[in-house]
Design a protein around this ligand. Structure first.
Ligand code: NAP
Length: 209
């Protein structure tokens, strides 16, 4: 079972790819240019160069699932939010459907189900995540929607909670998100699932319990 990691060169993407390589999970890192490939090659990770704004179908050939952790980031405008966070995600879901993939793992966002509750500046982003999640739920591909809170660069603690109401913060480290993605990737047979994710007190291995 090979996983195409879309957004592999991102902060979560790289941490997940390193963990997956250590665990000897078969992955293919989709990156945007040749300058990004050495980091992966040095770790024995297969790469493919493709862009969500182009034709990236060939990047998925031979893959059984997609892990989508791409994002347009906070420095671009609503145009890229539409083209990457929304349309890029939709086209990735369509590709998984067309290839009858076994699973789609979406890195979504906490509270994406209610974009109008987000701070005004974040509403276009929250709306894009919201719509992509809805389309994934209606797709033919089995899926996991992981909904992390506000991301931090704190070291991975390996301790999380999937019950935001039990804590008073809304943050989760990118390292803990990568660990949660590893737990998910190691369990290829779970059905449609949605999990909220914050730093907490539970071992990340208990993600689905
Ligand atoms: N920030 C938050 O608080 C927050 C909260 C919840 C969820 N999330 C989600 O978490 C995920 C990843 O976060 P992160 O911190 O790892 O983000 P990141 O470091 O900005 O990584 C995003 C990745 O997406 C890639 N990307 C952008 N445009 C692309 C395109 N046209 N084609 C292919 N790849 C493209 C980037 O490629 P390059 O490396 O080439 O630039 C980068 O590798 C995103 O889905 C984000 O929406 C974020």
């Amino acid at each position: 079972m090979k996983t195409l990691v879309i957004g592999a060169n991102g902060q979560i993407g790289r941490q997940f790819c390193a963990l997956a390589a250590e665990a000897q999970l078969p992955i293919r890192a989709m990156v945007r240019n040749t300058g990004q490939t050495p980091w992966f090659s040095e770790r024995g990770i297969e790469t493919v160069i493709a862009d969500l704004e182009g034709d990236f179908r060939q990047a998925a050939e031979g893959c059984d699932e997609i892990l989508f952790t791409a994002g347009s980031g906070p420095t671009t405008g609503a145009d890229k939010t539409l083209l990457i966070d929304l349309l890029g995600a939709i086209r990735s879901i369509d590709l998984a459907d067309a290839m009858a993939m076994r699973r789609f793992i979406m890195v979504s966002a906490l509270r994406a189900e209610d974009p109008m509750q987000a701070p005004e500046a974040l509403r276009p982003y929250a709306a894009a995540k919201h719509a992509a999640d809805r389309i994934l739920r209606q797709s033919a591909t089995p899926h996991l929607i992981l909904k992390p809170g506000k991301l931090t660069d704190e070291p991975a603690s390996g301790r999380i909670t999937t019950r935001p109401a039990t804590v008073s913060h809304i943050t989760v480290s990118r390292g803990n998100v990568a660990l949660a993605l590893l737990v998910a990737a190691k369990q290829p047979l779970i059905g449609n699932t949605e999990v909220e994710l914050l730093d907490g007190g539970d071992p990340v291995e208990h993600l689905f319990s």
